[in-house]
Design a protein around this ligand. Structure first.
Ligand code: NDP
Length: 329
């Protein structure tokens, strides 16, 4: 019923590259769903590290820029030719076409997923990006087997807690790192077998693995940890450098990979692992099943009013958060 739609949406956008003070609230005209798209009233939007890179200018974007690709909410309007979705139903996505730091967003119907009744709006907004990331990292980038020992960093973080739970469900042995005692407890509660500090973590990993090293390191911390991550690997092990919370990983000399045992390095991103409808459906159905079966718990570490997004970014960059951060309009 188009007459029920508001004229405008409230967005929190970055006016230019910079610190969190570049965020301004703006009233913009309601985004209109094009062919094959749906318009969603946001129930909650996920905050992810990538948006801090976009706000600060580490990743180039055009300003003013409304961040956010992740969100959940209710369908309020359908573009032409949309099939399989109805006005009033709940959907989630990590591939929104317009920024989800907003009261409303548009998404291609092909990139939206139906939210099962037993999943809350908060869970639906919290799961997509970090859930899909954890899923592809351990099933597709490097397929972890039962009994394998794996190192993941930032075990109390959003991706970190999901990774650990999914790795444990596969029967892997999980070593992780955290920066504080409080975070160590959270990583342990997520199921980690060993929680280390960052100092000399590679030495400790070699001790735990009796000198062998681990077959894979999932490293979202980047600049501060990648060297130790390489040192933690077994012969022919793989460094999965999937993020740079401490800064980006500098170029790596292929001869170093040779010297350390014919290592592999990859720098993956979500869009390379959501390549088609089958892949999307597979990952989401396994994640929703794990959630509803109680094998996966989503720890929402902070819920912020949409207009207080600056505080959410400060907390995330300031290393003060655990679990998932959400914005609620
Ligand atoms: P987290 O909740 O994990 O937050 C980042 C954590 O990194 C911090 O809590 C902190 O944990 C740790 N950290 C270590 N050094 C620093 C530092 N200098 N500054 C800030 N944090 C630091 O965030 P997310 O779960 O959202 O993301 C984790 C990583 O995964 C990010 O690098 C992100 O870009 C990446 N990512 C990559 C994706 C991909 O497909 N490639 C998709 C999604 C996320 P502690 O204090 O315990 O060290």
């Amino acid at each position: 019923f188009p007459e029920d739609l508001p004229d405008s949406a409230l967005v929190m956008r970055a006016e230019e590259a910079g610190g969190t003070d570049v965020f301004q609230a703006a009233d913009v005209s309601l985004p209109s769903p094009g062919e094959g798209q749906i318009l969603v009233k946001t129930a909650a939007a996920g905050v992810n590290f990538i948006e801090t890179y976009q706000r600060s200018g580490v990743y180039p974007v055009d300003y003013p820029f409304t961040p956010g690709t992740e969100g959940a909410g209710t369908v309020i309007s359908l573009g032409e030719g949309v099939e399989g979705f109805t006005v009033g139903e709940r959907v989630a996505t990590t591939e929104a076409a317009t920024g989800t730091y907003s009261t409303h967003f548009v998404v291609d119907a092909a990139k939206a997923v139906h939210v099962p009744d037993e999943v809350t709006d908060e869970q639906a907004a919290a799961l997509p990006l970090q859930g899909v990331t954890a899923h592809y990292l351990i099933n597709s980038t490097y397929r972890v087997s039962a009994g394998e020992t794996v190192l993941t960093h930032a075990g109390a973080g959003g991706v970190g807690q999901i990774l650990t739970q999914l790795l444990k469900a596969k029967g892997a042995r999980v070593i992780t790192t955290t920066s504080t005692e409080e975070k160590a407890k959270i990583a342990q509660a997520a199921g980690a077998d060993y929680v280390l500090g960052y100092d000399n973590f590679a030495e400790q990993v070699l001790e735990i693995t009796k000198g062998e090293g681990v077959s894979v390191v999932y490293d979202g911390v980047g600049k501060d940890t990648y060297q130790g991550s390489l040192e933690s690997l077994a012969v022919r092990g793989m460094l999965v450098a999937f993020g740079g919370a401490s800064g980006q990983v500098p170029p790596i000399d292929p001869q170093e990979l040779n010297r350390r045992g014919g290592l592999f390095v990859t720098r993956p991103a979500v869009h390379w692992y959501l390549r088609n409808a089958q892949e999307r459906a597979w990952r989401f159905s396994e994640l929703f099943s794990a959630l509803t079966a109680g094998e996966l718990e989503l720890n929402i570490g902070g819920t912020y009013p949409l207009t207080e997004v600056a505080r959410a970014h400060e907390d995330l960059e300031g290393r003060r958060t655990t679990g998932k951060l959400l914005l609620v309009p």
